[in-house]
Design a protein around this ligand. Structure first.
Ligand code: CA2
Length: 152
């Protein structure tokens, strides 16, 4: 039987709209539009549909996660600083029950102690951290692999 087309929602959290303008030593020199373009190319190779959204607001990210229900089969999220603070985003991910992969540009475990804890990781399929823009591409590959191979 033919495989149904998968659709993935990519969510970028707070301050990631500043990428490419400041702190290239930590976050790389690509801006968000360039990362999205790379993701589009990767999505085309993987034959999945992809949508993007960025917000600096916790509630907007929660709403985006809710609206993914019935529209997208997977979520790729860089929750930014909300990774380390947001029970609301964690509850939204758990609530919609859409397989979610968490990604980070920087290796959060090599940085300040407060970045070592993620509220999202326990409700995510997995986490990729430390590979710059490549983290997103690896995360998309891993998510699509998971969606195509999950048995439940
Ligand atoms: O490494 C990541 O992807 C992070 O999610 C980035 C967040 C940080 O709070 C997390 O601990 C790790 C920060 C994103 C801020 O991005 C900026 C980009 C350019 C200039 C300033 C901030």
């Amino acid at each position: 039987m033919a495989q149904a087309n998968l659709s993935v929602l990519v969510l970028h959290g707070p301050n990631l709209n500043l990428l490419g303008q400041r702190e290239p030593g930590i976050y790389g020199s690509l801006n968000l539009a360039e990362i999205n373009r790379l993701l589009e190319q990767e999505a085309a190779k993987l034959a999945v549909n992809i949508d993007f959204s960025q917000s600096n607001h916790e509630g907007v990210l929660v709403d985006k996660i809710h609206s993914a229900w019935g529209q997208h089969q997977g979520i790729l999220i860089n929750p930014g600083a909300y990774t380390h603070t947001s029970v609301a985003i964690r509850d939204a991910v758990a609530g919609v029950n859409i397989p979610t992969v968490e990604v980070h540009l920087s290796n959060v475990y090599r940085r300040e102690e407060f970045r070592h804890h993620s509220y999202i990781a326990p409700v995510a399929v997995g986490q990729i951290s430390g590979f710059g823009a490549q983290s997103y591409l690896l995360g998309l590959q891993a998510l699509v692999y998971h969606l195509r191979n999950q048995t439940n």
